[in-house]
Design a protein around this ligand. Structure first.
Ligand code: MF3
Ligand code: CO
Ligand code: CO
Length: 272
C-alpha cells in the first residue's frame, strides 16, 4: 500500500466517510442558512433581551426558510439554539432571564436542509463589554480560523488542534478538552472527534470529502468545566469567562471550504 491508501484505510476504519460534489452542494445550502440565522440575530442581541426571545426568532427564521432546527428535541434538548453566557462554555439553554450590558454570549445554531446539517456559532457582545472580554473573543476567533487554515488532505486532525492550542495558550488562555468538534453531514454528530489541542500529526488523517466542525472553546482561566444539574449547561469551574466560535467545513483536494461563512460579513465582533 502507498501512503494515500494507508490514510484512506485509517480514515475508513475510524468510521469517517467522505462525500461527493452533490454533498458539497447540500452542505453549502445548509451552512449558508445557519450563517444567515446568526446574521439575523445580530441586531437583536442587546441589553434586556431574553435568550428565550432570541431562540424564538431563530426557530421562526429556520422554519420560515423550510429548514428544520437540528437541536430541538435532539437527545431531549428543548430549544433551537444554545445560548452560552459569560462563564457558560457551551450548551446553555435559552431562558427568560434578560441579558445585561457587558455580557458576552455565544449563540450556536444547527439547521437541517435537505437532510444536510449546517452547524455554526459566534460570540455576541451585549452593549459595551470589557477589554478583557473583547480580547478573549478576538483570540478565540483567531484560533478557530488558524485551525481551519491548517486543514488539507495529508494533514491530521491533531494539526488543527495544535494550531488552536498554540494561539490560545500563547495568549495565556486555556483550551477546553471536554468538548470537541465532530464529523457532520447527513448525521449531526459523527466521527471524527475534532479535539482542539495538539500534538500535531496525531488523530485521524484528513482526506478530501470529509465534513466536520471546528469549534474551539477558550477559557480566560482554567480549562476545567462541569455540567449543571439541567444535564446540558457546561460552565467553567473557576467561574471565569469562556468564548467559542464554530464553523462547518469540507475538505477539498487542495485545502478546505467553509460552509458557514457569514453572507453579511458579520464574522466576529464588533458587528456595528
Ligand atoms: N450545536 C452544538 C454543536 O456544536 C450541539 C448542540 S446539541 C444540543 O455540536 F442538543 F445541545 F443542542
Ligand atoms: Co458542532
Ligand atoms: Co454547534
Amino acid at each position: 500500500m502507498n501512503y494515500a491508501a494507508v490514510r484512506t484505510a485509517s480514515r475508513a476504519a475510524r468510521g469517517i466517510i467522505t462525500h461527493d460534489e452533490d454533498a458539497f452542494a447540500g452542505m453549502r445550502a445548509a451552512g449558508r442558512l445557519a450563517a444567515e440565522c446568526l446574521d439575523m440575530l445580530v441586531p437583536h442581541v442587546v441589553p434586556g433581551v431574553t435568550t428565550e426571545h432570541l431562540d424564538d426568532l431563530a426557530r421562526e427564521f429556520v422554519l420560515d426558510n423550510g429548514a428544520a432546527p437540528a437541536c430541538l428535541f435532539y437527545r431531549g434538548y428543548p430549544k433551537t439554539v444554545c445560548t452560552s453566557v459569560n462563564r457558560v462554555v457551551c450548551h446553555g439553554i435559552p431562558e427568560a432571564k434578560p441579558l445585561r450590558e457587558g455580557d458576552i454570549v455565544n449563540i450556536d445554531v444547527t439547521v437541517i436542509v435537505d437532510g444536510w446539517h449546517g452547524d455554526t456559532s459566534r460570540m455576541y457582545p451585549v452593549g459595551e463589554i470589557k477589554r478583557a472580554a473583547a480580547r478573549l473573543i478576538d483570540v478565540t476567533y483567531e484560533s478557530m480560523m488558524a485551525g481551519i487554515a491548517a486543514i488539507a488532505p495529508g494533514k491530521t486532525i491533531g494539526d488543527i488542534g495544535a494550531v488552536i492550542q498554540e494561539i490560545a495558550e500563547g495568549a495565556r488562555y486555556s483550551v477546553v478538552h471536554d468538548f470537541c468538534g465532530h464529523g457532520i453531514g447527513k448525521v449531526f454528530h459523527a466521527p471524527p472527534n475534532v479535539v482542539h489541542l495538539g500534538p500535531p500529526g496525531t488523530g485521524a488523517p484528513i482526506e478530501a470529502g470529509m465534513f466536520f466542525t471546528v469549534e474551539p472553546m477558550i477559557n480566560l482561566g482554567r480549562p476545567d468545566v462541569k455540567v449543571l444539574s439541567d444535564g446540558w449547561t457546561a460552565v467553567t469551574r473557576d467561574r471565569a469567562l469562556s468564548a467559542q466560535f464554530e464553523h462547518t467545513v469540507g475538505v477539498t483536494e487542495d485545502g478546505v471550504e467553509i460552509f458557514t461563512t457569514s453572507p453579511a460579513g458579520l464574522h466576529c465582533p464588533p458587528y456595528g
